[in-house]
Design a protein around this ligand. Structure first.
Ligand SMILES: C[S@@+](CC[C@H](N)C(=O)[O-])C[C@H]1O[C@@H](n2cnc3c(N)ncnc32)[C@H](O)[C@@H]1O
Length: 320
């Protein structure tokens, strides 16, 4: 079951899941085993998390596209380049990268989530006909997948790389797919306590939920890469050079543009508030709903809740 772990003092959030008896996840695309060091994440992203994200792909894209645009601008994909989009999810950035590299380039989106890749694959139809052949998706664990060596110019990710049990090994494996002199560019969250979009609803929900268990800040999860010294350390261990961090404070727009109640439902169904509600009785859910509504009402503008985020744009090079 998904659970939210909250540290006793503050405030960062992580996900932890128990492994069930299921050992294979099948989609019409392919099959991925729930095994290996990232088994918990494979199970999580093939469960409700993956299907909820796919069902709300429009809302998620609206919220994350402006953030991804900053990362893509920094990554500077060029005409004719080959790009690997790591943890591509429903393929939003994969399609944008496919447009950027054009018909002479190619983009591969890799992800462990079968339901999200089904959505991503369907969205290929949105590409102009001449680009359809330059974009494909693979259901695989990027940390251990047997990539063809030295074929990509750019490894890119929008929030898809913070979930590896062993980041140094994962990034070393992915670096093997980069050409000598190739580039790495990804976007990840800064510290949870600096991300109002998660703290404001979570603190409101917390009034009604059991005290969190202490959690390991670097465990796989959205905020695992908040500490730049740590990220720098494992990227160096993985063989990258020229490691740089650029902070950015995006304004996050959440909801579906219709009403404050719909925005409240967004928080009830996605992310840490929803994880904290697992197995809670209706009375607790109602109390959380009211508290979250009161906490976000002041940030509701023109159909959306606007709260600030804090992210890192990380770039590095594969030695030539
Ligand atoms: C927060 S979502 C981001 C999705 C997408 N990049 C976006 O911005 O919309 C994280 C994604 O990373 C994927 N992921 C987690 N661990 C992975 C792994 N070991 N290999 C490949 N993908 C992984 C998840 O399945 C999920 O789609």
């Amino acid at each position: 079951m998904p659970r939210v772990l909250w540290t006793a003092s503050v405030a960062w959030v992580n996900y932890k899941y128990s492994i069930g008896s299921q050992r294979g996840v099948t989609s019409h695309m392919d099959k991925i085993e729930v095994s290996g060091p990232n088994a918990q994440q494979i199970e999580f992203w093939n469960g409700e998390a993956g299907s909820h994200w796919s069902e709300r792909d429009d809302q998620m894209s609206l919220m994350l596209r402006p953030l991804g645009a900053e990362a893509i601008a920094l990554a500077a994909p060029d005409t004719g380049e080959a790009v690997l989009d790591i943890g591509c999810g429903c393929g939003d950035t994969t399609l944008e990268l496919a447009v950027a590299v054009g018909a002479t380039g190619r983009v591969v989106g890799v992800d462990i989530s079968a339901p999200m890749l089904v959505t991503a694959n369907a969205k290929r139809a949105q590409l102009p006909a001449e680009l359809d052949g330059n974009c494909s998706f693979e259901l695989a664990d990027a940390s251990s997948h047997d990539f063809t060596p030295a074929v990509f110019d750019l490894l890119f990710s929008r929030f898809g790389v913070m979930f590896f049990a062993d980041p140094a090994t994962a990034f070393a494996n992915m670096r093997g797919a980069l050409k000598p002199g190739g580039r790495l560019a990804f976007m990840c969250w800064g510290p949870a306590e600096q991300n109002d979009w998660i703290m404001v609803p979570m603190q409101a929900a917390r009034e009604h939920l059991p005290a969190p268990e202490p959690a390991e800040p670097r465990a796989p999860g959205p905020f695992a890469f908040a500490d730049t010294d740590y990220v720098s350390e494992f990227l160096q261990a993985a063989g990258f050079t020229n490691i740089e961090f650029e902070p950015t404070q995006p304004n996050m727009r959440m909801g579906n543009g219709s009403s404050l109640d719909k925005s409240v439902e967004f928080f009830m169904e996605m992310g840490p508030v929803s994880s904290g509600l697992v197995n809670q009785p209706d009375a607790v859910r109602s109390a959380v709903r009211e508290s979250v509504r009161a906490a976000i009402a002041g940030s509701y503008v023109d159909g959306y809740v606007e709260l600030q985020g804090q992210c890192w744009l990380v770039t590095a090079s594969n030695p030539g």
